[in-house]
Design a protein around this ligand. Structure first.
Ligand SMILES: C[S@@+](CC[C@H](N)C(=O)[O-])C[C@H]1O[C@@H](n2cnc3c(N)ncnc32)[C@H](O)[C@@H]1O
Length: 192
């Protein structure tokens, strides 16, 4: 097992990950961002690795946050703004950003509740947390769970409804934007 956040593995494999992974799909992320009730001018790509998921978004300011120095280095080499930091304790003030994006990463985080809570605090009212994940109840999802565990990842997957519940418990208003093997849930921080 690699342990919390599978960080050691991601730190070591950052270069390979950056080279091997295909570009992330933009459309589902954009659909999630449209749930926001405010313009999205500043977005944090949390556990963002090399910044693949936020790279092509039409958002004026996008900052990658990742806890693995190797990943942060790759993102920097791609010209991205990067902060080394933990998803459970985001290095920003409360209400500092319009959106937080977490793609293909929540299942690796040691404390998903802390990550959702930290994202909620970072987002301004009307802003949104967009999470892209994999549904372990689908055929491909079951194969992915088996494959990640076989290579020693400490990953824990949940489906879209469980994630929507997790967001609601954190005080976000959840919308399941898309279902399937890869799914998207957006949680809006309500305007007070
Ligand atoms: C599968 S990669 C996904 C990267 C990126 N979001 C993407 O879609 O390509 C998971 C990322 O989570 C990061 N990570 C793991 N634990 C973390 C933590 N506690 N805080 C921030 N990042 C973390 C890893 O370093 C890695 O970059």
């Amino acid at each position: 097992m690699y342990g919390p956040g599978d960080l050691r593995a991601f730190d070591r494999l950052a270069r390979l990950y950056d080279v091997a992974m295909p570009p992330a799909r933009r459309a589902p992320v954009e659909a999630g961002l449209r749930v926001a009730d405010r313009p999205v001018d500043l977005l944090l790509d949390v556990a963002g690795g090399p910044g693949r998921a936020s790279a092509g978004l039409a958002v004026p300011q996008r900052v990658v946050v990742d806890a693995a120095p190797g990943m942060a280095k790759r993102a920097r080499a791609r010209g991205r703004d990067v902060v080394l930091g933990d998803a459970g304790r985001l290095p920003v003030a409360d209400g500092a950003v319009d959106a937080v994006l977490v793609t293909d990463a929540l299942h690796h985080l040691p404390d998903r509740t802390a990550a959702v809570t930290a994202a909620r605090d970072a987002i301004r009212p009307g802003g949104v947390l967009v999470v892209r994940e994999f549904d372990p109840s689908t055929l491909r999802g079951r194969a992915l769970v088996a494959a990640e565990h076989a290579i020693g990842f400490d990953s824990r997957f949940e489906g879209p409804d469980a994630l929507a519940d997790r967001m609601a418990r954190a005080g976000l208003e959840p919308t399941v934007v898309g279902r399937g093997f890869g799914y998207t849930v957006a949680g809006k921080r309500e305007v007070q």
